[in-house]
Ligand binder design. Structure first.
Ligand code: CO
Length: 211
């Protein structure tokens, strides 16, 4: 119920002020997050909560299956603001195991608009068909595809003119790939970070292929 939501909000706000009287005044004046999070819209993977961060500590973009589309104006606008204005240091592309969007991309049935959105994941599944065929079962295959989608997202974000320009001017910012386990609540690094001077598309492709 919406009324419950207001009640919970009031309780949360009171609690915050109790612990730190200047909390909202400070945040209202300025945000200076260290992190920019690109994650899945899934309600079970809220950036702040799973990363243990307070309001003001992470700038967030979420979409179905955390796809990094090179032409997504929403994501690109947020990325540009995060890198150029907020000057975040760490960009995190975070996927999760058991992702419904990744599952939809592997199914042979129509899902409406989502099928357009998820096309990059279908392409990845084709590109890594041999790798994926080695997985024990369909769940493992989807989870591996979720990892590949994160690694691809890291690469795509790094290839944007936004990050290329940032690195060219010496900005200290890195892009990382993480995957979240719904079963254990843990974030796992996928060892595909890209930072200043480390932009090697071939290395990343090799890394993805060898996983
Ligand atoms: Co998901």
């Amino acid at each position: 119920m919406l009324s419950d939501l207001f009640e919970r909000n009031a309780a949360w706000s009171r609690q915050k002020v109790q612990n730190d009287p200047d909390f909202f005044a400070r945040l209202a004046a300025q945000q200076s997050p260290e992190f920019f999070w690109i994650g899945c819209s899934d309600s079970r993977v809220p950036a702040n909560v799973v990363a243990g961060l307070d309001p003001g500590e992470v700038f967030v973009h979420r979409n179905v299956a955390n796809v990094v589309h090179s032409s997504d104006m929403n994501l690109l606008s947020a990325l540009e603001f995060a890198v150029d204005a907020l000057q975040v240091r760490e960009i995190i592309v975070c996927g999760h195991y058991g992702c419904g969007g990744v599952k939809a991309a592997t199914e042979d049935m129509p899902h409406g608009l989502a099928d357009h959105w998820l096309e990059p994941i279908r392409r990845l599944a084709r590109a890594y068909a041999v790798d994926l065929a080695q997985c024990a079962d369909v769940e493992a295959r989807r989870d591996r595809l979720a990892e590949l989608n994160v690694i691809e997202g890291v690469r795509r974000a790094s290839e944007t003119p936004i990050l290329q320009k940032a690195w060219a001017r010496g900005a200290d910012v890195r892009v990382h790939g993480l995957i979240y386990g719904l079963q254990n609540g843990c974030l796992k690094p996928l060892d595909c970070s890209i930072g200043p001077g480390h932009f090697q598309t071939d290395d990343l492709a090799n890394m993805a292929a060898s996983r």
